[in-house]
Write a protein of this length. Structure first.
Length: 121
């Protein structure tokens, strides 16, 4: 089920356009975190601000359930096979930590159910 959630995220991200000081501050935090982690090196403050606004609501709502249960409408992935990389999961983790840290446990529970390409887990 998390596989479906992570697939739905990129499609939903373009809804945040917000130029408030909080949006810029969180975007700066995210970019600093991605640089420190060595992931998503092309993400800029402007990109993050436009994608996530103040709250990254479209991302955070996916992890609104409890115990790894995801809040997804329908099956956005259909029957397509998807590959999740450690870098992609880490980037999403950083988004959740930055914009909705109260949902980090839900994210981690969902990630625990994934098979991640190239992972030694």
């Amino acid at each position: 089920m998390l596989a479906l959630a992570l697939l739905a995220l990129p499609a939903a991200w373009g809804c945040g356009a917000d130029t408030s000081p909080l949006a810029k501050h969180r975007a700066e935090e995210l970019v600093a975190a991605t640089e420190a982690a060595g992931v998503a090196q092309n993400v800029t403050v402007e990109n993050a601000e436009a994608l996530y606004g103040r709250s990254a609501e479209s991302v955070c709502e996916v992890f609104n359930g409890s115990d790894g249960e995801l809040n997804l409408p329908g099956n956005p992935a259909g029957n397509h096979y998807r590959v999740f990389t450690e870098e992609g999961v880490e980037y999403t983790r950083l988004v959740v930590k930055t914009y909705c840290p109260d949902r980090l446990d839900n994210f981690e529970a969902a990630v625990d159910e994934l098979e991640i390409a190239g992972s030694s887990r």
